[in-house]
Write a protein that binds this ligand. Structure first.
Ligand code: ZN
Ligand code: ZN
Length: 358
């Protein structure tokens, strides 16, 4: 079958190959025919080595499709079921799951060293244990989450990562208070989802911060009250908060420099929410005096910071009721054979989300 493969970490192009096979089918596993997959910034971060991932690998972790085969012992799934591919499945049995923090379950990472694919030339890994830039994936049954028939595959794919991450940061982690002031730094698909979450919670002011003009325009359509470039943030802070700083600042880039900016633009006693996925050797510096004296809360948000399945259901309910716009996040569509164009659209910031139709 066809899949897009990164041969070596650090390369910027994928090769679309027809000699790839999804491996590992057996008890407790399911085979999924992928129909749509979004391109998330983490795919680029895995390709360039910011996020750890053995190579060669098939990127993609934000996908949806149909079950074609279920292994022995799998309950609640059958061929023909439509599913979201969840890269962070909950085992239900570990201490994190028992506490209800299923976003912290490490079960999905236990297979990280196991190849998901093979080619005649050797093993190929799948990013985050999935690898949805492929016609077919084989995953643990817990990674295939059924979705209702009225949710199209392209929308379902977004729920698999970006939308869950951004919405959850506002709804679960920050639990934004009505009437508050919010700034969101980084307005791709995840940042826009955080903006939609802040709007749902009744934030009075939502300032979108992004260097790319088209993203700032998008942010205004999705509920930002003001959209500025990074060098205009100081003025916006002055104007919106009289210089005090925002009640909540979301860092949706994943770099220490933007996290530091976010910290400085958070008011004393306010909340910095760290959503971006950054590198292990990129350190955020805070001095012990400011940390204590300014009493700013730093809240990291992993995959929406709440129960993953509950987050999916809530997103579908909000989408169905017309309270959030998911279709509008998909600014570009390409077939898998044009995956490298999709990567370029992501790098230049022209896309919120590119849907790869498979
Ligand atoms: Zn668990
Ligand atoms: Zn992602």
């Amino acid at each position: 079958m066809r899949a897009a493969v990164l041969h070596e970490t650090g390369q910027d192009k994928l090769e679309v190959l027809d000699d790839v096979e999804a491996v590992g089918f057996g008890p407790g596993r399911v085979r999924v025919r992928v129909r749509a997959t979004g391109l998330c910034h983490s795919d680029l971060s895995a390709m360039n080595g910011v996020l750890p991932q053995p190579a060669p690998f098939v990127p993609g972790h934000e996908g949806a499709g149909e079950i074609t085969e279920v292994g022995e012992g799998v309950r609640g799934l059958k061929p023909g079921d439509r599913v979201v591919v969840c890269w962070l499945p909950a085992c239900g049995a570990c201490p994190a799951c028992k506490r209800g923090q299923t976003e912290l379950c490490l079960a999905g990472f236990m297979n990280a060293g196991t190849p998901n694919f093979k080619r005649p030339t050797g093993d190929v890994f799948g990013f985050a244990g999935t690898g949805t830039f492929a016609e077919e994936v084989v995953v643990d049954a817990g990674c295939a989450v059924p979705i209702p028939d009225d949710v199209p595959f392209d929308i379902a794919a977004l729920i698999g990562c970006g939308v869950t991450t951004g919405l959850g940061a506002a709804l679960n982690t920050a639990d934004v208070e009505a009437g508050s002031s919010v700034a969101v730094i980084g307005c791709g698909g995840v940042g826009i989802s955080a903006i939609q979450g802040a709007r749902l919670k009744g934030a009075a002011e939502i300032v979108a911060v992004d260097p790319v003009a088209s993203r700032r325009e998008s942010a205004l359509r999705f509920g930002a009250t003001r959209a500025v470039s990074p060098d205009e943030l100081a003025d916006a802070k002055q104007h919106v908060t009289a210089g005090e700083g925002f009640d909540y600042v979301f860092e949706v880039v994943g770099r220490s420099a933007t996290a530091r900016t976010a910290y400085e633009n958070t008011r004393r006693g306010g909340t910095l929410v760290v959503v971006g996925a950054g590198a292990m050797d990129d350190f955020l510096q805070l001095n012990m005096f400011e940390l204590f004296f300014d009493e700013k809360r730093i809240l990291p948000s992993m995959y929406g910071g709440g129960d993953v399945l509950r987050s999916y259901e809530r997103t579908i309910a909000l989408w169905r009721a017309g309270r959030i716009d998911l279709a509008g996040l998909i600014t570009h569509r390409v077939p898998l054979t044009e995956i490298n164009e999709a990567l370029d659209q992501m790098r230049t910031g022209t896309a919120l989300r590119t849907c790869i139709e498979i």
